[in-house]
Design a protein around this ligand. Structure first.
Ligand SMILES: [Zn+2]
Length: 434
């Protein structure tokens, strides 16, 4: 059981980390080093020797290992990123890098994504050092840089260049999961992430015959591109259920007392009320056109036109994604992956998942813990290259009306002190039993 000091520390660490501005604007414009040094010092005080690693100066990652009592057990990786997305101070009620604690709430960029979890990990390890607690499995702790951009300076770099630090790790626990989802009808659902859709950011290129805008032109690159973009945007992707999404739908159907008819998933989603939002983005692949680049003058037909599409695919459905894109783009438009990340699928019929569920239920007896698949991605994708199966578990008990998912990358990102206290208790319990 965590003590009062752990509860004080988790709030102070969250607030302090928010005050260290680690805005990641992409393109290498970020400096995590001060936050990494802050976390490393707290680990060192707890007798956990950290290593600081950089691919690029200032883009610092912290890795440490807590030795478990059972040397034959696989190691568990616990990871959180140190960078945050940009915040426009003028839009906020409090300064996004103030870390202010006001009326029982910690305010600022990173309050839920994910300096809260970094602080919880630090508070738990320090409580363990005071109490002499040792985990059963080796715990590898990683605080990463660059998650909010390409991960090239963060988890990607660690996985590629320092795999030995993760030796023995078979499972990982990281970002996003076990927060309270209020369904508006009194149910408190805690989704635990057990999979992620893959990322396929696409560049489409249409080629044609350049010429004068007043002439007949049946090979207009802009027309070809626009047609392909419209076909992609309007395409209705077939449902493709992964084991995690199937488990999510089945458990939610039981919770709502409706028939889990997986042959008509859209109808089933319609019966789940607001809880459908937890699954609807992950029952099929998707491809949303987001950017267009073509032409430079109204009376000149360009020879080439380009578009960008944000594609996402489920585990096991990437080949179908590619084949469908070939079809939708047609013979006059080429497409390629501008950026590609793998889809993940993690089993939920394993002890680790049961341990996460039990830890939440112990401190939130009315909780309905359900697995879910993330529509986007986290550092778990990078660590999967080392054969590590990733879960999302950053426990937060949130009051009704507190829209966690809207605060992710949102204005007035904040987290209740009570939620952090709950989180540190649940994480402590989970890690003691893992
Ligand atoms: Zn995040």
């Amino acid at each position: 059981m965590t003590d009062g000091q752990a509860r004080d520390e988790v709030v102070r660490f969250t607030s302090d980390l928010i005050r260290i501005d680690t805005t990641n604007r992409g393109g290498g414009d970020c400096r995590e080093r001060p936050a990494a040094e802050y976390a490393a010092a707290l680990l060192a005080e707890a007798g956990v020797e950290p290593v600081l690693l950089e691919r690029t100066p200032g883009r610092t990652n912290v890795v440490a290992r807590v030795e478990g009592s059972d040397p034959s057990a696989d190691a568990l990786l616990l990871h959180g990123h140190l960078d945050v997305v940009p915040a426009e101070a003028a839009d906020w009620s409090v300064h996004p890098f103030s870390g202010e604690v006001r009326d029982g709430v910690v305010w600022g960029r990173g309050a839920v994504d994910m300096k809260n979890m970094d602080a919880m990990i630090l508070a738990v390890l320090r409580a363990w050092a005071r109490e002499g607690v040792r985990p059963r499995r080796d715990l590898v702790i990683a605080f990463t840089a660059d998650e909010e951009a390409s991960a090239a300076d963060g988890a990607g770099f660690l996985a590629d260049r320092h795999p030995h630090l993760f030796e023995g790790c078979t499972q990982a626990v990281g970002e996003s999961g076990a927060f309270t989802f209020h369904d508006g009808a009194g149910r408190r659902i805690y989704p635990v992430a057990a999979g992620e859709r893959g990322t396929g950011w696409l560049k489409l290129t249409a080629r044609g015959r350049a010429g004068h805008g007043s002439k007949v032109n049946r090979e207009n690159a802009v027309t070809r591109l626009a047609a392909a973009v419209a076909r992609i945007g309007e395409h209705v992707w077939p449902t493709r259920l992964t084991p995690t999404v199937t488990a999510a739908l089945t458990e939610l159907a039981a919770l709502y007392g409706v028939d889990a008819d997986l042959d008509d998933v859209d109808a089933l989603l319609g019966k789940l009320g607001p809880a459908a939002a937890l699954v609807e983005a992950t029952v099929r692949n998707s491809a949303n056109p987001t950017m267009l680049e073509a032409g430079y003058k109204v009376n000149v037909i360009p020879g080439e036109a380009a578009a960008f599409v944000d594609g996402r695919y489920l585990a096991g459905a990437e080949d179908e994604f590619r084949a469908t894109l070939d079809e939708l783009t047609g013979p006059d438009v080429d497409w390629e992956f501008h950026h590609r990340e793998v889809a993940l699928q993690a089993p939920v019929d394993v002890p680790l998942y049961a341990q996460m569920r039990a830890a939440v239920e112990e401190f939130a007896p009315d909780a309905h813990v359900v697995p879910y698949c993330m529509s986007g991605g986290t550092d778990a994708k990078q660590f999967s290259r080392l054969g590590i199966t990733g879960y999302g578990f950053a426990p937060l008990k949130l009051p009704e009306g507190f829209d966690y998912q809207a605060l992710f990358h949102g204005v007035d990102e904040r987290v209740p002190v009570e939620a952090l206290h709950f989180g540190v208790r649940v994480l402590d319990r989970f890690l003691r039993t893992a």
